[in-house]
Ligand binder design. Structure first.
Ligand code: FES
Length: 130
C-alpha cells in the first residue's frame, strides 16, 4: 500500500513539475507575433501636403506633415467621443479637449494624447494597421 502511495506521489509531483516548467517556458519565451489587421488603405498621393484625410467611420485621420505621414485615432482619450479635425488642430465636440496635429493634448479635460496607429508603405499605398 505504501508503495502505491509513493508511486502516486511521484506521479503527481511529475505532473506539477511539468506544469511549472510549461508555465516558465511561456513566461520566458516570447509568444507568437500578433498579426495586425488592415484598417484602411490610402493612395499615397491622396493626402495633401500639411493636410489630412479623415475617415469618420473608422475614426482615423491620416495626416501628412512636412516630411512624414502618420495616422491618429480620432477616439478622444477623455471619454471616447470622435474628435473633429480642423486645419490647425483636433477638437473634441463633447467636452472641448484640444489636441495638436501630432495628437498631443493642448487643452483638457483629456490627459492622454491621441494614439498613433501604425502606417506601412506598400507600393503607392499607405496601409493603416490596428
Ligand atoms: S470625450 Fe472628448 S473631451 Fe470628453
Amino acid at each position: 500500500m505504501a508503495k502505491i502511495a509513493r508511486s502516486r506521489r511521484r506521479f503527481l509531483t511529475g505532473i506539477a513539475l511539468l506544469g511549472g516548467l510549461g508555465a516558465l517556458w511561456r513566461f520566458l519565451v516570447p509568444g507568437r507575433k500578433v498579426r495586425r489587421q488592415t484598417l484602411l488603405e490610402v493612395q499615397k498621393n491622396a493626402i495633401p501636403l500639411r493636410g489630412a484625410l479623415v475617415f469618420k467611420r473608422s475614426r482615423v485621420a491620416v495626416i501628412r506633415g512636412e516630411d512624414d505621414v502618420y495616422a491618429l485615432s480620432l477616439v478622444c482619450t477623455h471619454l471616447g467621443c470622435t474628435v473633429n479635425v480642423t486645419a490647425e488642430n483636433l477638437i473634441c465636440p463633447c467636452h472641448g479637449s484640444v489636441f495638436d496635429r501630432a495628437g498631443n493634448v493642448l487643452k483638457g479635460p483629456a490627459e492622454r494624447p491621441l494614439p498613433r496607429l501604425t502606417v506601412e508603405e506598400r507600393g503607392n499605398k499607405l496601409v493603416v494597421l490596428i
